[in-house]
Design a protein around this ligand. Structure first.
Ligand SMILES: [Fe+2]
Length: 256
């Protein structure tokens, strides 16, 4: 039986001192000669500008600081005011999501049964939640700390004696979307003030643009439902909504 020599790759013995220069890998083939070479051919040298920062960080023990409020990523423009404003907006998005979820649940009741509207508000609830998640991701990316606040419990019933339930629900949604817009404007202004010479993250501006389009969509729905009134036509409107046949129109807004 013949034996096949297996190539072995061995690394240089690890150094015990942090002060020594980085070791090069030793690649040794079975039966061959030792060959010493740099793995990438690039030897990392800390930039002179970075060295004092590293020295300061290690002196303050920041790298080993387990406190959750300490951030490695945070830059001075992400002030406590910006952090608090983002947390406030997270709460607004969650609250609106909560109300839309309640409206969706109402329209899915066995004695209401307008499933197009129920599905619309279920999707909108998810969308508002995704806005909250977007701001959570932004806060974490910038080294801010997310703080969750309490939510206001929504109403269970959305029927209105004069308007009926569909118009009432969409008028409420329109009021909430406009409230959200004013809150987003406030967030943008806080960021603008705190970022001073730099522009605030474009994400805040993007959210404003999207909000303007959402307001127009809900406004279109309110206008249609006001024409329809309450009764049999609402059932047809609900079916059309379920099939994606309810018209609404909005253009890109360069300045929100
Ligand atoms: Fe939103």
């Amino acid at each position: 039986m013949s034996t096949i020599a297996t190539p072995r790759v061995m690394l240089a013995r690890p150094t015990t001192s942090h002060t020594r220069a980085p070791r090069r890998a030793v690649i040794r083939a079975a039966g061959g000669k030792d060959k010493t070479e740099a793995i990438t051919g690039v030897v990392f040298q800390p930039f002179e500008e970075v060295a004092p920062v590293l020295k300061d960080t290690s002196k303050s023990g920041a790298l080993n600081d387990p406190r959750p409020e300490h951030s490695f990523a945070r830059y001075s423009t992400w002030t406590e005011t910006v952090e608090a404003a983002v947390n406030e907006q997270i709460n607004v998005e969650y609250n609106i999501s909560y109300v839309y979820h309640a409206i969706s649940t109402y329209f899915d009741r066995d004695n209401v049964s307008l499933h197009g509207i129920a599905e619309y508000f279920r999707n909108e609830s998810e969308e508002e939640k995704s806005h909250a998640q977007y701001l959570i991701d932004l806060q974490n990316t910038r080294g801010g700390r997310v703080k969750f606040n309490a939510l206001v419990p929504p109403e269970a019933n959305y029927d209105h004696p004069e308007k009926g339930d569909a118009l009432y629900a969409f008028e409420l949604a329109l009021a909430l979307e406009k409230l959200n817009y004013s809150k987003l404007l406030g967030l943008w202004e806080v960021a603008d003030k705190n970022f001073r010479t730099r522009r605030p993250p474009s994400s805040f501006e993007d959210m404003l643009h999207e909000q303007v389009k959402d307001i127009k969509q809900v406004s279109d729905y309110v206008a249609q439902l006001r024409r329809i009134g309450k009764g049999h036509a609402v059932w047809h409107w609900d079916r059309a909504l379920a099939e994606g046949k309810v018209d609404h129109r909005a253009v890109e807004s360069p300045k929100a």
